[in-house]
Design a protein around this ligand. Structure first.
Ligand code: GLV
Ligand code: MG
Length: 362
């Protein structure tokens, strides 16, 4: 939201003379999986050209997981990869170092002039409040102007501090560049002093237990009782989803560190999808397939959604379908799925075939 000391009209003026005009809307580009790679790792870097078209977003990571001694090599590697690769339909993002680190200034002043025309989104870690976004916003405008860029580079914030969560709405509204938010469960857990030691996902100790059975009114506390593990991240993701929806930007789950546990990974991704997230991070090629499956509406959902759209005619009133009441509000939910399916079909020929087959059957 524009701050009170700034006119709404100024919000969409460039922050530096000659910088590109800010966008009034963030394009809904599919970004089901944001695949992280280490640009200083030559084996990984060599695989990037073959990954183009197989994943919605490739992200050159410069922050955590890159050793201090490799920070410069990672930055230079990203410049080289970006220059040499034709990314076609795949977006190129980067995660720069934290704003209080010794590397971030060089990250930004190198990347924007060298490869700013290829970078779609810059992910900023450990964002604490609107002031962090304002700093990046002005600096990017100055660098874009100097580099003669024609479109603004968008900004994505990782929510991974307690203060960031407390300020989530103002972060989302801090700049027209804001593209979205990711959950950073590992840093967030540490900052909140949660008692977990994993990167994302659940914990067997975070559970509810069913009430004891009663015999003649007395609770049998010796009986075996079922327990149900709860989602540690529900509260934060729900807050992110509301803040992003309010500002017309996109929420994402983040990293799921247990690469071998593809089942729990899929569950965690699906919870985020159902709550409103549009994508997630991938830390291993295995997770790309999981993310693409989870963050694409299922064929069954699209079949149903299209039936509701057809049955609702002008979109008002109510109809009964398979014994269930459908009305203006259920139509709106169905349209969310149908629109998402159309965006995904435009970039994913396999998915398009499956969605198109439904039309032929209808
Ligand atoms: C990601 O950066 C995290 O801290 O989980
Ligand atoms: Mg982190």
């Amino acid at each position: 939201m524009p701050s009170s000391s700034r006119s709404a009209k100024d919000f969409f003026r460039p922050l530096a003379v000659g910088a590109p005009t800010p966008l009034t809307e963030i394009p809904a580009r599919p970004s089901r999986a944001i695949h992280f790679f280490d640009p200083s790792n030559e084996k990984m870097a060599a695989k990037i050209p073959q990954m183009v078209g197989t994943v919605d977003v490739l992200l050159g990571n410069l922050e955590d997981a890159i050793k201090a001694d490799n920070k410069v090599a990672a930055r230079e590697g990203l410049v080289r990869i970006a220059r040499e690769t034709d990314f076609g339909p795949t977006q190129l993002w980067t995660r720069v170092n934290a704003l209080d680190s010794p590397w971030v200034l060089d990250d930004l002043i190198t990347l924007v002039p060298e490869i700013g025309d290829k970078l779609d989104v810059i992910m900023v870690p450990k964002v604490q409040g609107a002031e962090d976004i304002h700093y990046v916003d002005r600096l990017l405008a100055q660098l874009e102007a100097k580099a003669g860029l024609e479109r603004p580079i968008l900004v994505h914030a990782i929510l991974e501090t307690a203060r960031g969560v407390a300020n989530v709405e103002e972060i989302c509204g801090a700049s027209p560049r804001m593209q979205g938010l990711s959950l950073g469960p590992a840093d967030l857990a540490a900052d909140r002093r949660m008692k977990t030691t994993r990167v994302g996902g659940g914990h067997p100790g975070y559970l509810v237990r069913e009430d004891p059975p009663r015999i003649d009114g007395a609770a049998n506390l010796e009986a075996t009782r079922a327990t149900f593990q709860q989602d540690l991240w529900h509260y934060t993701i729900a807050r992110m989803v509301d803040a992003c929806a309010m500002h017309g930007i996109y929420p994402y789950y983040g990293p799921f560190g247990d690469i071998a546990d593809t089942v729990a990974c899929e569950d965690q991704f699906r919870n985020a999808f159902l709550l409103g997230c549009v994508g997630t991070w991938s830390l291993h090629p295995k997770q790309i397939a999981i993310a693409n499956k989870v963050f694409s509406p299922s064929i069954e959902d699209i079949r149903h959604a299209r039936r509701v759209v057809a049955a609702m005619g002008d979109g008002t009133g109510a109809v009964m379908l398979d014994g269930k009441m459908e009305d203006d509000a259920s139509l709106k939910q169905c349209l969310v799925l149908v629109e998402l399916a159309e965006q995904l079909a435009a970039i994913d020929p396999e998915l398009k075939k499956q969605y198109d087959a439904l039309e032929e059957q209808a």
